[in-house]
Design a protein around this ligand. Structure first.
Ligand SMILES: Cc1cc2nc3c(=O)[nH]c(=O)nc-3n(C[C@H](O)[C@H](O)[C@H](O)COP(=O)(O)OP(=O)(O)OC[C@H]3O[C@@H](n4cnc5c(N)ncnc54)[C@H](O)[C@@H]3O)c2cc1C
Length: 371
């Protein structure tokens, strides 16, 4: 029998949370290994990957991998729209495979090892350590950053994500008629019950996506038919299709037990309202890496006890999710679109910081781009 290699920290999952945690822990001097099921962290991406401004402030990313979009065009089911912007606010659409590979390279540069094509299916406690026999390694601490359907949570009896949204997306090389200055978002209780549809101009492609609650399956063909009054989609221009689930039930309990902890989607760290999880994956991935290092090297308290005090309550967002799940009739959206309460609500949801004054839209905003 070959001897196991010992690590301070083994992280399952090389994505936003796992790679950010790996970098932070390795910089603090831990011997870190990341185990990733895919053959390359940039392969088979399951997310749109839009960074809200707060996520871009959490983690600096290369400008060459992102595209800033500062305005949102919000549509009602009848495709009436309102344009929204807030001074200084922006989203970054991303070259996701490129960004994921860059995050991996940064973690490695800090000293972490990343092993790909290394799916974890088994792990157990062995005295003070965790053993992962199929990979021949042991760890003083195990961090599950393995997404919404976490194997680490399952193996160690931790809390599981019970409420999920289902997201589906198609990437197009081009879409005729699209005003690329906007992130286009679509309210529709029939096509997107519990969430929204979107068309986002990314650095290299146009992303067309739809998410629903888990009692419905997103119908991309119906969504594209619905949008055909606005844009022309050509099937031949599809370059990628993807789907995935998004936790929307809040933080799982318990998210840790002794020297095993969850972070990112695995821990349910996703805004229940916007379904954005990258910002929290960056923030709490970094904090998890720091706190585990402080615990193992510097006599700090249990990471989960410190992290629990830092987690957001998300009460307002959970209330809004409750409302969305009631599936407001489409005629209500059509009636309210453009109204002051709807604009306030939408601005609060998209731009978070309601204290900022509204930005004057560029003079030609609201008109389609001249072809
Ligand atoms: C369609 C869709 C669109 C989205 N759009 C956005 C958006 O625009 N903006 C935003 O903020 N959020 C978005 N989200 C949510 C966002 O993608 C997640 O919150 C984010 O990816 C969470 O990062 P993570 O590192 O926690 O987990 P994940 O990104 O899910 O990564 C988990 C990693 O673990 C690996 N893994 C899983 N199981 C194992 C195993 N047993 N062994 C080894 N490796 C394993 C996986 O291969 C994966 O690499 C979207 C989600 C979906 C589904």
């Amino acid at each position: 029998m070959t001897a196991s290699e010992d690590f301070d920290l083994v992280i399952v999952g090389a994505s936003f949370a796992g790679l950010t945690a790996a970098r932070a822990a390795a910089l603090r001097g831990l011997k870190v290994l990341v185990l990733e099921a895919k053959k390359d962290p940039g392969a088979r991406i399951h997310t749109t990957g839009i960074l809200v401004k707060e996520a871009a402030e959490e983690r600096d990313v290369p400008d060459s991998l992102v595209r800033p979009v500062s305005m949102v065009r919000l549509y009602s089911p009848a495709l009436r729209h309102v344009d929204l912007a807030t001074r200084g606010y922006y989203f970054l659409t991303t070259d996701m495979p490129g960004l994921m590979r860059w995050l991996a390279a940064e973690a490695e540069r800090a000293g972490a090892k990343i092993r790909c094509a290394a799916k974890v299916t088994r792990a157990h406690r062995m005295q003070e350590r965790i053993e992962l026999p199929e990979h021949g390694v042991t760890a003083r601490f195990l961090l599950g950053a393995d997404g919404a359907r976490s194997t680490v949570a399952e193996i160690f009896g931790l809390g599981r994500n019970r409420r999920l949204l289902i997201g589906m997306e198609q990437e197009f090389a081009q879409v005729e008629g699209l005003d690329e200055r906007f992130l286009h978002c679509f309210l529709d209780s029939r096509l997107a019950p519990g969430y929204i549809g979107w068309v986002a101009p990314a650095p290299k492609v146009i992303q067309v996506g739809l998410a629903t609650d888990d009692r419905h399956r997103p119908d991309m063909a119906a969504f594209r038919r619905h949008l055909s009054r606005l844009f022309a989609f050509d099937e031949e221009h599809i370059v990628e299709r993807r789907s995935g689930v998004i936790p929307c039930g809040g933080i799982v309990r318990p998210f840790a037990d002794g020297n095993v902890m969850l972070v990112g989607d695995a821990a349910g760290m996703v805004s229940p309202l916007t379904a954005g999880g990258i910002q929290m994956a960056f923030r709490f991935g970094r904090r998890a890496g720091q706190l585990i290092a402080d615990h193992l090297k510097r006599g700090g308290g249990l990471p989960q006890e410190v992290l629990a005090r830092e987690l957001p309550a998300l009460m307002h967002k959970r209330a809004m999710r409750w409302l969305l799940e009631r599936r407001p009739p489409n005629r209500i959206y059509d009636f309210l679109i453009g109204s002051w309460p709807m604009r306030r609500l939408a601005a609060g949801t998209f731009f978070h910081d309601r204290a900022l004054p509204p930005s004057p839209l560029p003079r030609n905003a609201g008109k389609e781009r001249e072809q």
